[in-house]
Design a protein around this ligand. Structure first.
Ligand code: COA
Length: 229
């Protein structure tokens, strides 16, 4: 690598790179992309000596779409595909096998783990944690400090691989600040999880759940629905 730019890197017209930006081999950067100081794009995953999850594999090159903004100290792994007009704020982390849809915002230090799909126009706010193997539909809103999980066996026993499951947030689902979502739970379309709730069961579409454990509280008001915005 020379001057922080690897081999076969394509950088579109109008891209602006800050100081110490590192772009690894084969990465494709679209037009008018801004990448701030110390960001790392196309990083290869690190396989821990005893890792049972991270694979030795050939990953597709990282692709950053046109008109994206990538914050300082952000790390985007090889095998991530970022749509157009996406804003990824400072210190965020996007792992391999992740797709992020157009116009989505990933907040400061938010983390999207491997094998996740994030839809278009989502907002994933500061310090949110999206666990591996999760799916977020379009227009999903994840508040600051939301925690999601995928392993009820907490790294013990081979049995866990059969049950390992990320979370699903369907189109327009919203999760309030500091909520915790247990493995495999589905937050239905346009549903809402109140701040600080612990979600132990699937949440029906267009319903607000609240508390620990979260219980159905009431319907989401119609004026909140996406079609009424
Ligand atoms: C769901 C939510 C909107 C409810 O707010 P609200 O309609 O104003 O509710 P109220 O303040 O009128 O409270 C109604 C009752 O529910 C309780 N309550 C409200 N929110 C609660 C919560 N998150 N968890 C547990 N109980 C809650 C209140 O204590 C009150 O109980 P009471 O009737 O016994 O006094 C709010 O809890 C919430 O989650 N807001 C989201 C904040 C957020 O994350 N924003 C995005 C990032 S900035």
């Amino acid at each position: 690598m020379q001057g922080g730019i690897g081999k076969n890197v394509q950088i579109g017209e109008g891209a602006v790179l800050g100081t110490n930006v590192v772009i690894h081999d084969d990465t494709v950067i679209g037009k008018n992309v801004r990448i701030d100081d110390n960001a790392v794009i196309g990083k290869l995953p690190m396989k821990a000596a005893r890792s049972a999850v991270t694979k030795d594999e050939q990953l597709a090159p990282t692709v950053i779409g046109d008109d994206c903004m990538i914050g300082a100290c952000t790390v985007i792994y090889r095998g991530a595909t970022i749509g157009t007009k996406v804003l990824i704020a400072d210190q965020a982390s996007v792992r391999e096998h992740v797709t992020i849809g157009d116009e989505t915002i990933l907040g400061r230090a938010a983390c999207v783990e491997n094998y996740c799909t994030v839809g278009k126009r989502c907002k994933i706010q500061t310090n949110a944690y999206i666990t591996a193997h999760s799916t977020l539909g379009d227009d999903v809103f994840i508040s600051p400090g939301v925690l999601t999980s995928n392993d009820n066996y907490m790294a013990r026993g081979k049995e866990r691989f059969k049950h390992f499951k990320g979370v699903t947030v369907e189109r327009g689902g919203r999760i309030g600040v500091g909520a915790i979502i247990l493995p495999g739970k589905v937050i239905g379309e346009e549903a809402m999880v109140a701040a600080g709730s612990l979600v132990t069961k699937d949440v029906p579409a267009r319903t607000i759940v609240l508390g620990s454990p979260a219980k159905v509280w009431k319907e989401v008001p119609a004026e909140h629905f996406l079609e009424n915005q």
